[in-house]
Every structure is written in structure tokens, then in C-alpha cells.
Design a protein around this ligand. Sequence first.
Ligand code: CA2
Length: 144
Amino acid sequence: MSRTIFVLNGPNLNLLGQREPEIYGHETLADVEANCRACCTEGFDIRLLQSNHEGQIIDWIHEARHDACGIVINPGAFTHTSVAILDALNAFEGPVIEVHVSNVHKRESFRHHSYVSARAEGVIAGLGIEGYEAAVRRICSLLA
Ligand code: CA2
């Protein structure tokens, strides 16, 4: 069985650390990747991916069915719109943790609903990029 955890990121998250630091902080996705790799239990590995395209994210979730033991996902704005990402996650058998860098519940009401939460074992919001590390740790402990 695969011991790789996919850390999937949706649209605009490639800009992390470059714009709107008051909301998203100063750290980049490269920092997220390094921190996730550093905190996962021995024997597990991280594959961090980002796309601005919904279909690409769905294709990676399909790949995860064979190549990953768990998924950490920050779907970005697709969180609030994408039944297709929810459907893809429903076809994945391992644990899924949803992460948001910002506290979506403190923001506009359209960010309060997530399609992905209906599938996720856990949801983390507002911990900055530390949320990704908490999610990776949780997946490692669920699979221990
Ligand atoms: O808080 C989060 O992680 C979000 O998933 C981020 C999404 C937003 O649409 C969700 O409601 C909450 C937006 C990602 C945009 O990322 C940027 C990062 C830096 C600068 C500009 C955009």
C-alpha cells in the first residue's frame, strides 16, 4: 500500500506568500511542502501539488486512489463551488482532511459553506499554514 500523502492545492494558492499577507501570511507553498515533509511520521512521504484548474485537481484525486494513502486538500475557491471535487473525493477510500489558511467563517458568507467538508474526516481553518502540518499529522495517526 502507498505511504504517500497528497497535499492538493486549488486556484491562486501558487500566490501564497506573494499577495494579501494580512489574510494568507508570508509563507509560500514551498514552505508548506518543507514543513509537511518535516512533520510526517517516518515511512510516510508527501507529494504537494497545486493547480488553478478544477479538472486537474480531479485527475490528481483519481490518481490518489492508487498512489496515495491520504489526502490533505485546500481546494481554494473550489471549496465553495465544486460538487465535482466532492464526487472525486467520495471515490477515494483513505482519509481526507480539508485545510484553509484563513478562517473562512470570519470572512464573507459565501465562504462559509464547503462542499468538501461533507467528505472530510476533519476540517482546519484559520491556523495559517500550520493547518497543513496538523492535517498531515492527523492522517499519519489515522493510518498508524
Ligand atoms: O483560506 C484558504 O485557504 C482559502 O481556501 C483560500 C482561497 C479562498 O477562496 C477560500 O475561501 C479560503 C483563496 C486562495 C487564494 O490564495 C491567495 C494567496 C495569496 C494571495 C492571493 C491569493
